[in-house]
Write a protein that binds this ligand. Structure first.
Ligand code: MRU
Length: 364
């Protein structure tokens, strides 16, 4: 994808492998700031404080974090301790555990002296793999959009949160089909849910769609149902932080309500689901996926730029009101029209997932 017309990934390593550069996503859309992560602590803070966020990018960042940690302590104990610290940063997106598992499986068998260099190379492979997976999701989702375009001309898509370029290494998951459709010359319009409380839609998705020149409108979280009732949405595409072996989809809080509205209005509801976001050990998403509870301050306060250019944070909730802030919810498989994976669009069903990814099945 492009920022100010220049191609850019969301994470890239220094040539001497001493550090990794990221875009600080907490500063967007007001400021484009890059920052360097050079210690295990830097990586923990970046993931926990959501300088990097979005399931695929969290996984790749953790892989690089492990590689950096192994330069100081490549022993078995060092490997286990650094993985545990990274794993503890955020609980819901399974890509974190997936990436750390892949890294550990590769590294444990290696001589200790070779581990740090091998880990850096492997993290780079995972970054490249993420790009390839999102590229394939884009190609598969393009077919879906192209079919609607044939029938209707302009295609209107609603998306929630940021499952865009910024949530992955390149392309994004839910946005990959949108960017591919744009390249194919399809006339598109995207409704972007603002996605309270952190506003990933308003701040991140709108910013990146703007950078790529995709027609879009930001809507408040509660507007989607109304727009669907009036025929304004042809297709919903969202991302996922963890999809179960049975096709239940955990994603940013509010996704479930969009799926219900889509069902009621006969709007197809698709989930862009890279295999790195599928948890083949969980079968009931509502019961078993750990949902991150984030700080009350995300709800009580809002940050923005004043008309005279100052960045300010203001309180919008009365002092003394208590707050609940679950960051994700689960959309049951029955509400999902299909999963756009790197291996094709498949039903959100256990048999379909098992057939598409037989090498990932776990014994229960
Ligand atoms: O809390 P965030 O911003 O990390 O949540 C991100 C989302 O919920 C995305 O929709 C999800 O990670 C899918 S991105 C492929």
């Amino acid at each position: 994808m492009r920022v100010d017309g220049k191609p850019l990934r969301t994470i890239w390593p220094a040539a001497d492998e001493s550090r990794v550069t990221i875009i600080d996503q907490t500063r967007l859309p007001h400021e484009f700031v890059i920052c360097e992560l050079a210690t295990l602590g830097d990586f923990e803070v970046a993931i926990r404080e959501m300088k990097v966020r979005g399931a695929p990018l969290i996984g790749v960042t953790a892989a690089y974090g492990l590689a950096i940690a192994l330069r100081d302590d490549p022993s078995d104990t060092g490997l286990a301790a650094a993985s545990a610290r990274l794993l503890a940063t955020r609980p819901t997106a399974v890509n974190l555990a997936w990436a750390l598992d892949v890294m550990r499986a590769d590294l444990f068998g290696l001589p200790i002296a070779e581990r740090a260099a091998a880990a850096f190379a492997k993290a780079g492979e995972l970054a490249d793999l993420d790009v390839a997976i999102c590229d394939a999701i884009g190609a598969n989702g393009l077919a879906l959009i192209a079919k609607i375009a044939q029938r209707k001309g302009r295609v209107s898509i609603l998306t929630h949160c940021n499952a865009g370029w910024l949530c992955a290494v390149d392309w994004g998951t839910a946005t990959a089909p949108i960017y591919k459709a744009q390249e194919a010359g399809i006339d598109l319009h995207v409704y972007v849910d603002e996605t309270r409380p952190r506003n990933q839609g308003a701040s991140l998705t709108a910013w990146e769609l703007g950078q790529q020149g995709v027609s879009h409108q930001v809507i408040v979280d509660n507007a989607g149902g109304h727009i669907m009732q009036h025929g304004g949405v042809d297709l919903v595409i969202v991302g996922t932080d963890r999809t179960t072996a049975t096709g239940d989809v955990c994603n940013k809080i509010g996704t479930y309500l969009k799926a219900l509205a889509a069902k009621d209005n006969g709007v197809p509801f698709y989930v862009a689901a890279p295999s790195s976001s599928i948890d083949f050990a969980i079968f009931d998403g509502v019961r078993d996926i750990p949902i991150e509870e984030r700080s009350a301050r995300e709800v009580t306060h809002m940050r923005g730029r004043t008309d005279d250019g100052r960045l300010e944070t203001v309180r919008i909730v009365p002092e003394g009101s208590r707050v609940a802030n679950p960051a994700f919810d689960v959309t049951p498989a029955r509400l999902v029209s299909g999963l756009i994976t790197e291996r094709g669009i498949i039903p959100a069903r256990r048999e379909a997932l098992a057939t598409a990814f037989p090498e990932r099945l776990v014994l229960v």
